[in-house]
Design a protein. Structure first.
Length: 731
């Protein structure tokens, strides 16, 4: 119903105002009173009538009743527009709209009920509307006269109004009944009746994701000669974006086998939406990444660019131009690739360097991927505020647009300038799919089924996995969870990594391949290792990883550990200490630390010296520059430590320093730190990280997060992001 009451401002329908709360009955949610909103509502009804006449009606069904007889599963509802005090607040456009509604509305199930002000309607401006009303409507008096055939007289008597409590009960029942009847009842498995299992992607993806208002399947088509190749999906919070992604992913996996589809799922939300595809892994998924880092996302894009270039070389060698031609000529079952990135704007939220890399790689995939069977779906809540210089170019490459409920500004950004249709959606379950780069003429409204609660979806996926033959591809899926750090490897893995190469095994590269990060212990001046950051969990993991590595590095006579922090280390420290046995010497008193002996034995014995908490031990920090040693005075602990750092690495003795609070010792120990070319930073602010990484003034972004660290080789200027190993304390 559309209710228009410009003079009484809703009082004309006062007993029925509770119905305004029922969105299915009164979509506007209020009685229209102003010229602009009346014009918009009448214009929308006119557009709907036009769409029915031009697009939906045909020889078999040329009106509302015939259409519903032919389409009982998707009937057209009645639409009633009730106007009081016409022509009050009726603009020139509204007059034209109202005329068309009166002429063509009843045929389309749009029923106008109009109360006019006869005196005002005598104005010449309303001649056309009067003529339309005379030809297309029936006055109540005429109906009564026809019923009586001229033999009955009649007068108007007000009907006795029901008691308010009775009316309220009736309206409550009406609201409940309306909600039940208008609720969208189709489910995700209903989509799967439109296709068989094990279909091919040779001609592209053809994925049913809902039903149009005509009852036909709404499909997402990508990669065909007459379809788009990449998708933009957007909708405000609560509009059902995650639900639609689940519908899309489930349906893809139901329709296409693992040999036909490589699915990459990259989620930047702080949620577990995609975890369901990782435990156990869906066979079609090559990657399931949740709570991802922008840096990790860049490595995924780089991996796909490598895949694109590999396919380009293969196609060139076979003298073919595109994916379909290669499949047809070679007979090789090369899978199509679909990359889904939820909240993709976060890719551009970190440093300019990361954002620029993401833009360049994404642009290349969007421009060239279509020829090589690589397709991309980017999802977001809004396009406003995205920090990417080429965002306009990126959006232009996304020819298919799927819009859920959002504001007018977002609708215009998602679909295209002047296309505000998404602002009128009631999502869930409504959406718009547009395969015309957002042109208004390409809008197709559709209904999206509920994917089900997580347990129901898990059951469906379990059945899918049971039905699917892995064909030797059980290890196809990579799992990445940005919320959890990788667990410490087994002693056997440390032995394999460190026995034949003098190196520390500290974590996994923050990259698609997730290769182990190894830090070589090179016998070269200043190649000591400095760790800095304030996070006990990561600190204990790095310390334990260092000890486990040193356990299997051949040739170390002794590992000396000095704990200046005053906090017993956890995270596998005890297990590593037990493996080292008598080779590990632990101290917590600076006066007992054998720095002089270690210094004297440089070149004779190999020692790994670990100073845990340099910032907490003043004795190890250099004295003021103006103070010089007196003749015969023994060197201070700080002097000995500097000598070890300077002379040790060339002879196989290394110093490993851990610092909690960088600012406590950064200035005083500047000369000492010049002998630490290898540095690991984690959980530091931008200024401190910049000082540690570059050795000067500057900022280094991205270290604050407790889910990653960075390794820097100052000699080569190499910077490597990684995820440090951690382990629950066994103490």
């Amino acid at each position: 119903m559309t209710l228009i009451d410009p003079l009484q401002q809703g009082q004309s329908v006062e007993p029925f105002l509770p119905l305004l709360k029922v969105e299915q009955l009164v979509p506007q949610g209020h009685v229209l009173t102003r010229s602009d909103e009346i014009e918009a509502a009448l214009g929308k009804l006119t557009d709907e009538i036009e769409e029915l006449i031009q697009q939906r009606f045909n020889d078999k069904a040329s009106n509302w009743s015939q259409y519903n007889a032919v389409q009982p599963d998707a009937p057209l509802p009645y639409k009633v527009v009730l106007l009081f005090d016409v022509p009050e607040q009726i603009s020139e456009k509204s007059l034209w709209f109202l005329g068309r509604i009166c002429e063509n509305g009843p045929r389309c199930g749009v029923l106008p009920i109009i109360a006019i002000d006869e005196q005002r309607m005598e104005d010449r401006r309303y001649e056309k509307l009067n003529a339309t009303l005379k030809n297309s409507t029936t006055q109540l008096n005429d109906l009564l006269q026809r019923a009586g055939a001229g033999e009955l007289s009649f007068t108007y008597q007000p009907e006795q109004w029901p008691r308010q409590d009775v009316l309220d009960g009736f309206l409550a029942k009406l609201v409940e009944d309306c909600a039940a009847k208008t609720r969208f009842k189709k489910t995700m498995p209903d989509l799967w009746t439109s296709f068989g299992k094990g279909e091919t992607t040779l001609g592209g993806f053809d994925i049913p994701i809902g039903w149009t208002t005509a009852g036909d399947f709404a499909t997402l088509r990508l990669g065909a000669t007459d379809s788009e190749h990449h998708v933009l999906l957007a909708g405000k919070t609560g509009s059902g974006k995650s639900n639609l992604l689940h519908v899309l992913i489930h349906t893809l996996c139901e329709k296409y086998p693992t040999e036909e589809l490589d699915l990459y799922l990259l989620d930047y939300k702080e949620s577990t939406e995609f975890n369901i595809y990782a435990t156990p892994p869906v066979p079609q998924a090559r990657l399931v990444a949740t709570e991802s880092d922008p840096e990790y996302g860049v490595t995924v894009l780089r991996h796909l660019v490598d895949e694109l270039e590999t396919r380009a070389r293969i196609f060139k060698s076979k003298n073919v131009n595109d994916f379909s031609e290669y499949r047809k000529s070679s007979g090789v079952r090369l899978p199509r690739v679909l990359l889904v990135i939820d909240e993709f704007q976060i890719l551009f939220s970190e440093s300019r360097q990361v954002a620029e890399a993401a833009e360049q790689l994404l642009s290349k995939l969007l421009k060239q991927g279509r020829s090589f069977g690589i397709h991309i779906l980017l999802a977001t809540q809004t396009l406003k505020g995205i920090n990417a210089q080429s965002i306009g170019s990126i959006i232009t490459q996304l020819g298919c647009r799927i819009a859920l409920a959002c504001g007018q500004e977002d609708s215009a950004m998602i679909l295209g300038g002047g296309n505000w249709a998404a602002a009128e959606l009631r999502s869930p379950p409504e959406g718009i799919i547009n395969n015309a780069n957002g042109a208004k003429s390409g809008n197709v409204k559709f209904m999206i089924p509920f994917a089900g609660e997580s347990e129901h979806r898990r059951d469906l996926l379990t059945n899918l996995i049971v039905r699917t033959s892995f064909s030797g591809e059980a290890a196809k899926t990579k799992i990445f969870s940005g919320a959890f750090l990788p667990q410490m490897p087994s002693p056997f893995e440390y032995q394999t990594a460190c026995a034949h190469e003098e190196a520390l095994l500290l974590g996994e590269n923050l990259a698609f391949d997730s290769k182990p990060l190894t830090v070589s212990l090179t016998r070269r001046s200043a190649f000591n290792v400095l760790f800095s950051g304030y996070n006990d969990h990561i600190h204990d993991g790095l310390l334990s990883a260092t000890l486990f590595s040193l356990t299997f590095v051949d040739g170390f006579d002794e590992i000396v550990y000095f704990n200046a922090r005053g906090v017993p280390p956890g995270g596998g420290f005890s297990a590593a200490a037990q493996m080292l046995g008598a080779r590990l010497k632990i101290f917590d008193d600076i006066s007992e630390l054998p720095l002089q002996a270690i210094s004297d034995d440089i070149g004779n014995r190999r020692v790994a010296l670990i100073i845990d908490g340099l910032d907490s031990e003043k004795a190890l920090q250099p004295a003021p520059a103006f103070r010089s040693l007196k003749p015969g005075e023994p060197p201070t602990p700080a002097d000995l430590l500097k000598r070890l750092a300077e002379d040790g690495p060339r002879k196989g003795t290394f110093v490993f320093i851990f610092v909690d609070r960088w600012q406590r010792c950064a200035s005083a120990s500047k000369d000492l730190f010049s002998f630490f070319e290898l540095r690991v930073a984690y959980c530091m602010n931008e200024d401190d990280a910049g000082s540690l990484v570059s050795g000067g003034v500057g900022k280094f972004k991205g270290i604050e997060k407790p889910s990653r660290a960075v390794f820097v080789n100052k000699m080569t200027n190499d910077i490597t992001w990684f995820r440090p190993y951690v382990q629950e304390s066994t103490q």
